[in-house]
Design a protein around this ligand. Structure first.
Ligand code: G1P
Length: 297
């Protein structure tokens, strides 16, 4: 089996009900942090990590997501004519090479494990990455690149990991830790959304994975886990059970949970404050707002 990771699966079939009514007509992944859709952050992260083949697992109503990656010759020539070089560069950065993207439909919403399994025929016999676009990670070196570099050293399967407060463990896949060496954690078990008090640690899986095709043999069994869904976490735990090495990777960077409104807003503010063209005006506004809130309290 080839070791290099060049393919990534993006599960984007979810309905995004937390963002209704917006997601009635816009796929959640097209919602923007400042001026870039969530999916663009995921793609940029993958590209930086050396990914060249992008596999989207979609569902009904995700047409805008497919259109987003189309080239836009008319818009490009308008910007060119008007001498808007900077905008043209930004626009071209969203273009994808022909054949670099594949779309696979998940016909039934049976869970994350099932969504990943839908892409099995496009993966073949190679290791691959999975990126959940809801988890946006701001970092100097892209989170997936950090993982790919670690994976190139140690092999096995790998999941991104982060400490979460004890009372939040029931929202995540949680690691059972065998041994920790710096930012690498050897895992001897994983449990999806444990009940309060049952979490084996407070180390949570964050939506970045490096997996091998053997994972599909477990998902194929269609075992339903937490929330009545076919869970990716369970399939990774099955890999551990048959003796395959799985590591948690404590990445450097700040993670935003853009699957929730609060996380999405925090990401928006943080990314806006990082932008030179917005920083001063927004800081002024936030300072004023905070002093008004303080006075009112
Ligand atoms: C998914 C995974 C979970 C992981 C989480 C990270 O859960 O199933 O193991 O911890 O993403 O964001 P979801 O948030 O889709 O319920």
């Amino acid at each position: 089996m080839k070791r290099e990771v060049t393919k990534a699966i993006f599960p984007v079939a979810g309905l995004g009900t937390r963002f209704l009514p917006a997601t009635k007509s816009i796929p959640k992944e097209i919602m923007t942090l400042v001026d870039r859709p969530l999916i663009q952050y995921a793609i940029d992260e993958a590209r930086e990590a050396g990914i060249t083949e992008f596999i989207f697992v979609t569902s009904r109503g995700k047409g805008a997501l497919e259109d987003y990656f189309d080239h836009s010759p008319q818009l490009e020539s308008e910007l060119h004519k008007k001498g808007k070089a900077e905008l043209l560069k930004i626009l071209k950065n969203t273009n994808m090479d022909s054949g670099a993207i594949a779309y696979i439909r998940q016909y039934k919403a049976l869970g994350l494990g099932h969504a990943v399994w839908c892409a099995r025929r496009l993966i073949g016999d190679e290791p691959f990455a999975v990126i959940l676009p809801d988890d946006v990670i701001s970092s100097e070196k892209s989170c997936l690149k950090q993982m790919v570099q670690a994976y190139n050293d140690v092999g096995g399967l790998m999941v991104a990991a982060m400490e979460v407060p004890q009372d939040k463990t029931s929202s995540y896949g949680i690691l059972n830790v065998a041994q920790q060496q710096k930012n690498l954690i050897a895992i001897n078990g994983m449990i999806e959304k444990p009940a309060q008090g049952d979490a084996p640690s407070n180390l949570a899986v964050i939506g970045r994975y490096i997996l091998t095709p053997n994972i599909f043999t477990h998902i194929e069994k269609q075992n339903f886990g937490a929330g009545g869904e076919i869970q990716l976490t369970d399939a990774i735990a099955n890999e551990i059970d048959i003796g395959h090495a799985v590591n948690g990777f404590l990445f450097e960077g700040q993670r935003f949970d853009c699957g929730t409104k609060a996380g999405f807003l925090q990401a928006t503010i943080s990314f806006a404050l990082a932008r030179e063209d917005l920083r001063d005006e927004l800081t002024d506004y936030l300072n004023k707002l905070v002093s008004v809130i303080n006075v009112a309290q």
